[in-house]
Design a protein around this ligand. Sequence first.
Ligand code: ZN
Length: 183
Amino acid sequence: MTDEMINKRFEACRHVEDVWTQCLLNSANIVKNRDFSHVEDSEHMVPLHDAIWYASTEILPNLEVQAIIDAKNDIYVSTGTAGYVDYLTIDPNLLTGMKLPIKCWIHTHPFGAAYFSATDWRTIKIWKDNLGCAYVLGGKMSTDAHYGFWKHNRPNELEIYVDGEHARTQNVHSWESILGEEE
Ligand SMILES: [Zn+2]
């Protein structure tokens, strides 16, 4: 990897982290000692999603960016090529630092189609008992609102939105078939 690319990946992560801190500051009515651990629902904030999309498509040349927000509202940002999933490929029990359950897993499909790939469903399969919700972004949230939304209580379904309107539901019919597929 070139130095320039390493710098851009670092910049992309920093951008998302900074916007997330701002989201927490804006959504917390009373934050004592910058303790954000009790802030609720900031993972749904549009500026965060826009920052992740921007990092993926403007700072980086259409590389996947993913962010994980843990139970303490700590954010873990990583970058990679499409299909590359970093933190979430390992067993939840082996994680150090993150506090479970994870509130939200957000990642981009920078070429503009929001759906769960076989790799993404495998991640869900591993994490569904320790994950509150997930977004896959297929466009800038504030303007395109093309995304998929997954929620803990309906683990087999990804609801896909286009222009903010519900467009379709992607279903898993069999977890065994998902685990059997290789990309
Ligand atoms: Zn994906």
